[in-house]
Every structure is written in structure tokens, then in C-alpha cells.
Design a protein around this ligand. Structure first.
Ligand SMILES: NC(=O)c1ccc[n+]([C@@H]2O[C@H](COP(=O)([O-])OP(=O)(O)OC[C@H]3O[C@@H](n4cnc5c(N)ncnc54)[C@H](OP(=O)(O)O)[C@@H]3O)[C@@H](O)[C@H]2O)c1
Length: 334
């Protein structure tokens, strides 16, 4: 018997990736339902060569659904996830509506798959920047106990969704043609610029940090099940279409040489070491885009502290940062 799957938010950037990942991983789909807003109702999406009409999301959408993959704006996740769960579906939610709810597991399958079984109908998919970081940090934490993390992210515009990708393309064209650049999704021009503000149009917190930066602290602690880890983050939007990059500095209790870290990471699930200092080889978003693994390179010792490492971590935010992680959780469920 296959699984009856719904994708809520199917027409978005992550929704399309979810459809692709379900196909590629041969997820045992018995039936599939594509849900989006009224604007998209009737549009066609294909799955395994068959065309399906997108349906408008409503309170009755989840009857007879086993697994509902949610990739909706937070407000709608908050509204519809409990409805879907009440209808008997298990929801894997991509928004940050439930991530820090103590009743809701926050899961990265390479890190804390055991948390899945505690679910009460809703499982949260972490923030994209956090997912790729913890996939790499967990094996190093197991080997040497990480005490502190300093991370700076370089996040692609697809992290904001489909409209932001369109805006980067339109602004790049306009700027190259010497025409006026219009900023609508972001408050400032993103083409040929960088913005140290994620999410946009959200006031910085009282401590000066953005919401995304605080997510990287709080979600890392919850997923790694260790509240002693200190994480300080600066999250930056860059004019890249797909793929988030991160400069990550860690301090550990025990000494880890760069060579030992490479060795540990070379056998870690979901991680690919792309690190040849002599050959000038390191991970890049253009190569990570379309891939499910998390790539790590530039691994080197931090010579300013007793036990420290620097590294460069890159992953496809639409895939491992969202769709692939959600489908992996669904695989654990079945
Ligand atoms: N992008 C990433 O890398 C990433 C990573 C992790 C988590 N997330 C989270 O995933 C969620 C979706 O992100 P995204 O990047 O895929 O956004 P997106 O490209 O803007 O897509 C949003 C989706 O939500 C649907 N939607 C919007 N309003 C709706 C309504 N009133 N009723 C029903 N459906 C509605 C849209 O349908 P229409 O096409 O009909 O408007 C579309 O399918 C967000 O919560 C985001 O924070 C995103």
C-alpha cells in the first residue's frame, strides 16, 4: 500500500522541489494532491508523467491524506496544520510556526531521527541555514564537544521564495541595461548588493539580532539536544539564486585537527567533503544547487584559540534546507 500525500504550497519554490524529490527518491506515493491559493487553482503540475490540477487549499483538503508536506507562509501553517493533523494526516511543516513548540519535534534525520516518534501529528522542518550547519556540526560535536559556534551566512534569494528569484532576475537585467531598478520583495536592491537583514522588513530584536540569527541559536540547541552550545550568527542575503553558503567557526572541548575533522566528515551521512587546499577546491552554490548533500570545505584550524576550526558549508536551501529534509522525515514515518 502506498501513501496518500498532499503538498500544501505546491506551486512555490519549495513546493516544486518537494514534488521533484518525491519523484527522484521513489517515495511510495499512492495518490498526490497539489494545494495552493485560489490564484493557482486549476494550474497544472506533473508528477511521474501524469498531469494534476492544483486545488485551492481549504479545511477539507486533508481528508484521506496520510502525509501532508506543508510549505506555506507561517500564518497559514499555523491555521491549517492542526486541521490536517486532526483529519489524520501527519504534517511535516516547513514554516517556523511550530519549530520551538516543545510538543513538536524539530528534525534533521541525520542528526535526531529518534525525535520523530514523539510527534503528535505535526513535525517541524528546521530553518534552511540551520539544517545544513547541524548536518556538519553533529559528527564533530560527537567527536570533540562543540562549545561555541560563530556563523556568518550568505543566503540565496530562493530562501525568500519564488517572487524573490523573479526580482533578482529583473533587477539584474535592469541594472545591466542602465534602467531603474525596482525593489518590491526586498526593501533594498538585491542585485549586485548584499543585505545584512533576514527576514526582510522585520525589526531587529532588542538585542540587535534578527529573527533568522536567533533561529540559528535556538534551533541548533533543540536539534542537537544540547543547550550548552553557544551560537552567534550574522545572516546575510546575497544575489545568488539557489544555495546558501556559511562561514562557520567552532570551538571544541577536545582538540580536532583539520585532518581528523575531514576524516570524520568524509563518512558522515549527508555530508560531502569538497576540500583540497592545494588544488584550490572548495564548495560553491552553483555546484550544490540541485544536490541533496551538504558540502563542506576550507577546513582549517583556527590558530587564535586553543581548540578551534574554520569551515565553509554550502547546500541547496530548497532541497536539503527544505524539501529533501521534509521527504527524509516522511521516509522515516513510513
Ligand atoms: N525557500 C526556502 O529555501 C525555504 C526553506 C525552508 C523553509 N521555507 C519556508 O517554506 C514556506 C514556503 O516557502 P517558499 O520559498 O516555497 O515560498 P513561495 O515560493 O512564495 O511559495 C509559497 C506557496 O504558498 C502558497 N500560498 C500563499 N498564500 C496562500 C494562500 N492564501 N492559500 C494557499 N496557499 C497559499 C503559494 O501558492 P500560490 O502560488 O497560489 O500563491 C505557494 O505555493 C515558508 O514558510 C518558508 O519560510 C522556505
Amino acid at each position: 500500500m502506498g501513501v496518500r500525500v498532499a503538498i500544501a504550497g505546491a506551486t512555490g519554490a519549495v513546493g516544486h522541489a518537494m514534488r521533484d524529490v518525491l519523484e527522484e527518491r521513489n517515495f511510495p506515493v499512492d495518490s498526490i494532491l497539489f494545494l495552493a491559493s485560489e490564484r493557482s487553482a486549476g494550474k497544472k503540475m506533473t508528477f511521474r508523467g501524469k498531469e494534476y490540477a492544483v486545488e485551492e487549499l481549504n479545511e477539507n483538503s486533508f481528508k484521506g491524506i496520510d502525509i501532508a508536506l506543508f510549505t506555506l507562509p507561517k500564518k497559514l501553517s499555523r491555521q491549517y496544520s492542526p486541521i490536517a493533523a486532526k483529519s489524520g494526516a501527519v504534517v511535516v511543516d516547513n514554516s517556523n510556526a511550530f519549530r520551538m513548540d516543545p510538543e513538536v519535534p524539530l528534525v534533521v534525520p541525520e542528526v535526531n531521527p529518534h525525535a520523530i516518534k514523539r510527534h503528535k501529528g505535526i513535525i517541524a522542518n528546521p530553518n534552511c541555514s540551520t539544517i545544513q550547519m547541524v548536518v556538519v556540526l553533529k559528527p564533530l560535536h560527537d567527536a570533540a564537544r562543540i562549545t561555541r559556534v560563530v556563523v556568518t551566512t550568505f543566503q540565496s534569494v530562493s530562501g525568500t521564495g519564488r517572487e524573490a528569484m523573479d526580482e533578482l532576475l529583473a533587477q539584474s537585467r535592469a541594472a545591466l541595461e542602465g534602467k531603474p531598478v525596482r525593489a518590491e520583495v526586498y526593501p533594498f536592491q538585491i542585485a549586485f548588493n548584499v543585505l545584512a537583514e533576514i527576514p526582510n522588513r522585520t525589526p531587529f530584536g532588542a538585542n540587535g539580532y534578527t529573527e533568522e540569527e536567533m533561529k540559528m541559536l535556538n534551533e541548533t540547541r533543540k536539534i542537537m539536544e544540547d543547550d550548552s552550545i553557544r551560537v552567534t550568527a550574522t545572516c546575510v542575503r546575497v544575489p545568488v539564486f539557489i544555495g546558501h553558503s556559511e562561514s562557520v567557526n567552532i570551538e571544541t572541548k577536545k582538540k580536532l585537527t583539520a585532518a581528523r575533522a575531514r576524516e570524520i566528515l568524509s563518512t558522515a551521512a549527508g555530508v560531502r567533503v569538497v576540500d583540497d587546499p592545494k588544488g584550490g577546491v572548495f564548495p560553491m552554490p552553483i555546484y550544490a544547487a540541485g544536490q541533496d548533500d551538504t558540502f563542506v570545505g576550507r577546513i582549517r584550524e583556527d590558530e587564535t584559540v586553543k581548540h578551534g576550526l574554520n569551515m565553509w558549508i554550502v547546500a541547496d536551501n530548497l532541497r536539503k534546507g527544505a524539501a529533501t529534509n521534509a521527504v527524509q522525515i516522511a521516509e522515516h514515518l513510513i
